[in-house]
Ligand binder design. Sequence first.
Ligand code: COI
Length: 359
Amino acid sequence: MRGQLQALLRRAASTQGRSKIDIDWDNLSFNLDHHGQEMFCAVWNGPAKGWEGQLQDYGPLSLMPSAQALNYGQSIFEGMKARRTAKDRIVLFRPEMNASRMKDGARRLCMPEVPQHTFINAVEETVRANSEYVPPLGKGALYIRPLLFGSGPILGLAPAPSYTFVTYCAAVGSYFKGGQLKPIDLVVENKFHRAAPGGMGGTKAAGNYSAVLQIQRAANAKGFADVVYLDCKTDAYLEEVSACNIFVVKGRTIKTPPLTGTILPGVTRDSILQLARKRGYDVKEQPIPVVEALEADEIFTTGTAVVVSPVGSLTHKGKRRVYGGGVAPTPVGLELYGDLTAIQNEQTGDHFGWVHPVC
Ligand code: COI
């Protein structure tokens, strides 16, 4: 209640021109510098009562050191964006896909599922309460982070006795340094793997992202923006990049690795597959040998945070392949980026019914 009142007062102040928010919209980065002031926080009250939550000030959560998530990693998250569009309203993109993926992850990690209506309501309330943090059209987005974790204490290895579902947000710009469409330099990882068959690679488990930090940092130190992981059985096929899916283009054929449980079923990945098919490309979800990627016309990555990011070069065992000169976005990725963002920004018709208006 207190949070809702504060959100209302803040919005009232903002509409009267007294908002304290002073953001340089032209220089947003992907960080928490401009986090929203409100978050939605819900607790699990058991199967009979389900989830109960409300808006509250963005701030620390109170946890015991024995919280399951801190000790054993029972934690999954989502990434979503709200955009201010050409229709002068704020919209989400395919939120039911995120809700469904979080349900799948909850089952995999033995956590209570967050029903779709609870999930979408939490996200909508977070967006409405922080609407002044949604950048102007074309300047970035409000990144939304729904997070479900075992917050209750436990000592022996078992699921947590209680759970928290929290949704916070921040105004963000492009994920990779240098701007949204600046081609990135990737390196193929030959020693470590991100996920194994039967593991958790297909869920948005927090631990999947910690697993790549050491590798990512080493690659960053060598000047690469990020790392491409290979399958752990044969070390021959592309899997995904640390925080995004990967696509390979040759002529009119577009390929991306199939969803076999080791890679993330990305919302942007699925959207690009549909947009590419609509454009008449020959679209294939099939294993891609790294040697094929090195001979491709172009490569791009997809994800909520990265949107569509062209790849300028791929380095494998010391051999560097440059795509499209390495400095400008390559044509197919650019075309599909245009198709996707035109829908997300409501600059074209919503043929697929993907846009979800909030306010
Ligand atoms: C996203 O694309 O939203 C993600 O969750 C990736 C994250 C590492 C920023």
